[in-house]
Ligand binder design. Structure first.
Ligand SMILES: [Zn+2]
Length: 205
């Protein structure tokens, strides 16, 4: 069966109209995990497209939203590896939530990300589990903040795949590179004012 959330929005809408497709399993799982949070799926799904210009970042977030990223729990379940433990700490099972939120390596890294934002005079504390997984839906400077959160999330996953642990120094270098790339794209598309508005605080510092 085609997973609805892989499809572009107009197709999603037409499928819902035609076949009455129900809520995807991944969303149901997240809804069950974030029972005390209101998850606005429309906003959550549109965010990657709004904040990132590169398709790989968008794809990464869609995979996370669809729970399609390989974790050791998943790899163990399908018999590819013998142990489900976390690639970072080796102490707990590596679920998506553990990898991105609760592993103590990840927690330490998010604290550094909060500090990094604080140095730009952008307050994102407290960062909830929901913010970490999906982004901050109602915050000032939301394009910039949510792009940084997306870059950080994607970086955590690349650390897992490369068998390293997340470092704010490496993240900072990645952000510099992405900023330069977006600046070049903005210049060539004559959209520099939009770029300057999004990256303003970062450029000033
Ligand atoms: Zn861990």
């Amino acid at each position: 069966m085609v997973k609805m959330s892989y499809l572009a929005k107009p197709y999603q809408r037409s499928l819902i109209r035609k076949f009455g497709i129900e809520t995807p399993t991944a969303q149901l799982k997240y809804n069950a995990q974030f029972v005390s949070d209101e998850l606005d799926w429309k906003k959550i799904y549109s965010l990657p497209h709004r904040v990132a210009l590169d398709t790989k970042s968008r794809e990464f977030q869609y995979k996370l939203l669809n729970r399609c990223l390989a974790t050791n729990v998943l790899l163990r379940k399908i018999g590819i590896i013998p142990s489900p433990v976390c690639s970072f700490c080796g102490e707990a099972d590596e679920s998506l939530e553990h990898l991105f939120v609760t592993s103590h390596y990840t927690k330490k890294f998010w604290a550094e990300v909060i500090k990094w934002m604080g140095n730009l005079d952008i307050a994102i504390e407290p960062l909830s589990n929901k913010d970490i997984m999906f982004g901050m839906m109602d915050c000032n400077r939301d394009l910039f903040v949510n792009h940084i959160l997306l870059i950080a999330r994607k970086y955590i996953y690349s650390c897992r795949c490369n068998k390293t642990t997340p470092s704010i120094i490496v993240l900072d270098a990645r952000i510099k590179m992405i900023h330069r790339l977006e600046m070049m794209i903005a210049k060539s598309c004559k959209k520099l004012p939009i770029h300057l508005k999004k990256w303003g605080k970062y450029i000033e510092n």
